[in-house]
Design a protein around this ligand. Structure first.
Ligand code: ADP
Ligand code: MG
Length: 449
């Protein structure tokens, strides 16, 4: 059995595995794979992309090596080589083909306000913008898939719609679909419920361009995630363009999220960061121009230097100023702006918050009393919220761990550090807990503003 060639071994193994995992998965995962050679007891496989190697490693590697052992009585490992000539193997037809008759569902309109022309380009979003625009000229080629990261309110959805608008304009028949990961999940679950998964797949796998917003919603929804990978793969394989956004930046992701994302981000990756002052000023100028609303430069400068992190808030400020100006009919001054915006100006997310606020909100969240957090009881119901509050105190205030310990009923600073560490560990392991903590953190910030 020692001289079995790689092709024979691979095809025998695939056939065996097929009977275990079913035809659909076998076709999707295993058929596109080519066996190259066996070298030093390692079978080298040629895979189209990292999505495959990761997926096979996770799902089938164990089983495959067992099957190899069965066939050859040897411990044969697997190594993956990503084929770089994928494009040559793919059809060379114009990626925008005529829609097939069965896929004539209605495509949602894109927001006409979200265009490339209305998008202000600065250092913080230049690469994202340039990539998005390049995609509309040559979808499904160089920048595929395109993964776009960035915090909330920084223009990710705007760019997705801009891609959609531009593609509709240059290729009117193009099947370009925008959806959020959340809608995707809901639609998929519904289709299972109504036994219409074939329609669902028909819809998503017959697109020229799929724009998926807010991927973070897919996290920890295993079945939908699997379905998404199938969709992704089937589109990618036929050279359709895929664009994905997520507001979870890599360094804030749990290992689980990292893994999910690393399978999708081998194409082009860009991030959008918070705009600098110059860009914020340019955005305010542009928006006020579009709205035909005159705002004196000094007011623009005031707003731009106060609202720093979120473009949606920047727009919101402008809307409030306009409402005021249209009521009074006078020209705005900086003092007016200060007064009008004083309640809505965001609390700078990096500014320290009050430890009492943290204790109050955490206690409330867990239906406890602040006294409990400061008290001596060590039951799990109290210990976890206490540690969580300590964690927030460490990362959101400027207090030292000694001060924090003092604020929690005179505890030692090592107790505080231990609590912080424990919560950090939980955040890494548990995406649901992470959601809860993120939500609570923004509640604390909101109270503090
Ligand atoms: P995200 O999806 O990243 O949370 P959005 O795309 O919804 O953010 O953007 C929030 C608001 O800010 C939208 O109204 C959008 O038009 C506007 N916006 C974001 N970035 C820019 C930009 N560079 N130029 C002009 N408007 C922008
Ligand atoms: Mg968005």
């Amino acid at each position: 059995m020692e001289n079995i060639d790689s092709n024979t071994l691979w095809s025998q193994a695939v056939e065996r595995l097929r009977s275990e995992i079913g035809n659909e998965d076998a076709e999707l995962w295993l058929r596109p794979i080519e066996a190259l050679r066996i070298e030093d007891q390692v079978l080298h496989l040629k895979v189209p992309n990292k999505y495959f190697s990761d997926g096979i490693r996770d799902r089938y590697q164990k089983r495959l090596t067992a099957i190899f052992k069965d066939i050859t009585s040897l411990d044969i490992g697997i190594d993956y080589e990503i084929s770089i000539d994928l494009r040559n193997r793919l059809p060379t037809t114009d990626p925008i083909s005529e829609p097939s008759p069965q896929s004539d569902f209605s495509f949602r309109e894109f927001n006409p306000r979200y265009t490339f022309a209305s998008f202000v380009v600065g250092k913080s979003n230049r690469l994202a913008y340039a990539t998005a625009e390049a995609i509309t000229k040559n979808p499904g080629t160089q920048f595929n898939p395109f993964f776009l990261y960035g915090g909330v309110g920084l223009g990710k959805t705007h760019l997705l719609h801009a891609i959609g608008n531009a593609m509709r304009q240059s290729f009117p028949k193009t099947r370009v679909l925008y959806t959020t990961a959340e809608e995707f999940v809901n639609e998929y679950i519904n289709s299972i419920h109504h036994r219409s998964t074939d329609d669902f797949r028909g819809k998503y796998r017959n697109l020229d361009c799929l724009l998926i917003d807010d991927l973070q919603f897919l996290i920890a929804k295993e079945q939908s995630e699997q379905e998404f990978f199938h969709t992704f793969n089937s589109l990618f394989d036929s050279r359709r363009q895929i664009v994905i956004t997520s507001d979870r930046v890599p360094k804030e992701m749990t290992p689980y999220e990292r893994r999910l994302v690393s399978r999708l981000e081998w194409g082009q990756v860009a991030d959008i960061t918070a705009p600098d002052l110059e860009t914020r000023i340019a955005i305010l100028r542009k928006k006020s121009e579009v709205e035909r609303f005159y705002v004196p430069d000094e007011v623009i400068l005031f707003v731009a230097s106060t609202v720093k992190t979120n473009i949606r808030l920047l727009e919101g400020s402008l809307i409030r100023l306009r409402a005021f100006a249209s009521m009074t009919g006078t020209s705005l001054t900086v003092d007016d702006a200060k007064e009008i915006l004083k309640d809505s100006l965001p609390h700078d997310v990096s500014a320290p918050v009050n430890i009492e606020t943290i204790q109050r909100l955490v206690a409330h969240k867990y239906s406890l009393d602040i006294k409990d957090l400061k008290g001596q009881q060590r039951t799990a119901q109290i210990a976890l919220p206490r540690q969580l509050a300590m964690y927030f105190a460490c990362v959101m205030t400027e207090l030292s761990s000694t001060d924090i310990g003092r604020a929690f009923g005179g505890r030692d600073h090592t107790t505080v550090l231990h609590g912080r560490k424990k919560i950090q560990k939980m955040l890494e392991d548990d995406p649901f807990f992470m959601e809860l903590v993120n939500k609570l953190r923004s509640d604390i910030q909101a109270v503090e503003k």
